[in-house]
Unconditional design. Structure first.
Length: 307
């Protein structure tokens, strides 16, 4: 079931492909947590949606090959998973909760890293990591990461909440290299942009293999030996299922994954259980974001690199 929207200036229904397809079936709890700022979107389910969001980002072939061929190994989630988790968390925390000084600093740091990521003569596609068009795609995916984790737990945002989130979350793009006037001004603009990109997406085999190893933890077999093999064998299957659950149908197809009615029912049961613990876990996750910002500011003061 996919929600539909009616554009303000049109009478035709537009499928809401940006919203997770399970959300229209979710009955909001009687005491739904209101969203007053983008950081309020953080919920217990966020960690399981992170790799799903990476898959969405890398489904743009220029982004996918940019990551696959990157000459900056310290930023690679497979080669340096702990550091990548820290730096990604820092970026997201600053974009949603940081000061203007924090955002400017992150913008400059990320720009210097991205200066080193560009295609070569042997690359299958031409790309530059500082291309604002690619960064807009990444930023829009990141916004979806936050909206999905809230709506899967608490049900659909109101129109007013959705507009507030879209407006205030623009640093997800501008902290990269996206001009402020290129950020969608309304949800209808966001949906139009999203739909315009879907036809251009694909995941080629080298990128798919890398994403598969990230999803099922098989990359840990090479990074952590026996411990990594145990993690892959015991946790990989469930993590792949959870990541698959967070993907829109188009992206599941690109990964070669399937999704059945039984899978959906099982996921609904998991979501019901997570709603019980969300009031306890969600504040802890937002607290980690605040610690990311403290870590950033300490590193700046001490002259320790963030990225």
């Amino acid at each position: 079931m996919t929600a539909v929207r009616h554009a303000a200036d049109a009478t035709t229904a537009v499928p809401d492909t940006y919203q997770h397809d399970l959300v229209p079936r979710i009955k909001p709890p009687s005491r739904r947590r209101r969203v007053k700022r983008p950081a309020d979107l953080v919920t217990v389910i966020g960690p399981t949606l992170s790799v799903a969001n990476v898959i969405m980002q890398l489904s743009n072939p220029k982004v996918g090959y940019g990551v696959h061929e990157s000459r900056v190994p310290r930023g690679n989630a497979i080669k340096r998973p702990v550091k990548r988790a820290r730096t990604t968390g820092t970026f997201l925390a600053v974009a949603l909760m940081g000061s203007d000084s924090d955002k400017e600093y992150i913008h400059n740091c990320v720009g210097r890293v991205h200066d080193q990521v560009y295609s070569t003569g042997t690359s299958p596609v031409r790309y530059s990591a500082n291309d604002s068009r690619l960064q807009l795609w990444v930023a829009v995916c990141l916004l979806k990461y936050f909206i999905d984790q809230y709506e899967l737990i608490h049900g659909p945002l109101s129109d007013a909440e959705r507009q507030m989130v879209l407006t205030e979350a623009h640093p997800l793009g501008t902290a990269l290299n996206v001009p402020r006037d290129k950020w969608p001004a309304t949800y209808d603009e966001l949906l139009a942009y999203w739909n315009s990109q879907l036809a251009e997406l694909r995941i080629d085999e080298p990128v798919r293999q890398e994403l598969q190893s990230l999803a099922d933890l098989s990359f840990l077999e090479f990074r952590a030996g026996v411990v990594g093999t145990i993690a892959h064998k015991t946790l990989g299957g469930f993590l792949t299922y959870a990541i698959n659950a967070g993907l829109p149908p188009e992206f599941r197809s690109m990964m070669g994954w399937t999704w059945t009615a039984d899978d959906a029912r099982r996921y609904q049961a998991i979501l019901s259980a997570l709603r019980v613990v969300d009031p306890v876990v969600a504040p802890m996750l937002r607290g980690i974001f605040r610690l990311n910002i403290v870590d950033l500011r300490v590193r700046r003061r001490l002259g320790i690199p963030v990225f």
